[in-house]
Design a protein around this ligand. Sequence first.
Ligand code: PLP
Length: 406
Amino acid sequence: MNIELDNIRKDFPILNEKVNNKPLVYLDNAATTQKPQVVIDAISNYYTHTNSNIHRSAHTLASNATELYENSRDTIQKFLNAKYRHEINFTRGTTEGINLVMYSWAMHNIHEGDEIIISALEHHSNLVPWQQLCTQKKAKLLIIPINEHGELMMDIYYKQLSVKTKLVCCVHTSNSLGTINPVKDIIEKAHLFGAKVLIDGAQAVAHAFIDVQALDADFFVFSGHKLFGPTGIGVLYAKESILNEMNPFHYGGEMIKTVSYETTTFNDLPYKFEAGTPNIAGVIGLGVAIKYVESVGFDFIQKQETALLQYATEKIQQINGLRIIGTANNKASVISFVIENIHTYDVGVLLDKMGIAIRTGHHCCMPLMESLSLEGGTCRASFSFYNTKEEVDTLISGLERVVRMI
Ligand code: PLP
């Protein structure tokens, strides 16, 4: 292991844990990423030294807490290259961000006969809301199919687009197969028909620099916990002009300007979409997590993850009876696989006994797994920049043992 990587691993205390008396090999980064000490300290320091409600009191703690909270918004604005800080709205995560768009935008803009396009690679959180909305509104849900490598069939997408298309919702990077989708092209083509586009960036933000202006995304959502930040915090980016037209999602404190018994005027952006006391510690932790990622740098992250993906792909396909599911040309550091005659759950349990954490099952993509005739879903090893080639070797020897055992 090189010194740089060795130092990075020291930033993540959990990587020193033992699980079932074995050193932890954490390869479930697509489910959630581990937290560096600076993020843990930021949350702890906030509660130890600054805890106070924001935006409302005159006292020092409150203004310190407000400053930390709003500083995070600035960090995220720069991280996504959003035009305005008020285009950054804090949510509980990707799922809530998508639901916010569904209730506050789509509910008022999708009508009978309209069409929404999603892809076959969507996580349930970017499928169920649109399916439910389409049922309620008598709109039509179209699905962009995938080829045998798990890549979107763009020629079919182009044909699906029409003046009826009002919204396209697409995952940037598939959590189940690792496919990185051509989202810029997807957005560009949808805009030719006047449709809005929502990009699910849950799996993208930890692996590559995202520029929402260059993408020209109308909505972009992600979760803090997949970006080395805390759980229960996420971001909805949307263009100012669209946010201004949207109705509030939740009603109550913070999102108001004036209230009488008869009527209410709503607050300015972004507070219009941040009703109630938010997850202040989560927002602060997320800001620190992003600063940490920036200090590591996407050059290092991508170099490390690409090397791990190549190394692991080469080795894993030599295992007897193992088949990789998802072989896209443009792929994130995720390997989904099945092993002949061994249930995915059994693979997961046996690896766990060796201290190796992977994910097994449908990965919240049941229709996709069904279309691939994978009843037990897949086993999924997902790598982050803090993983090592030695850990890949441990996974491979663990899988060889599993194959021998069964
Ligand atoms: N979209 C994708 C691609 C995901 O991988 C996930 C989580 O696994 C989600 C959405 C949902 O994220 P959250 O549970 O943080 O809201």
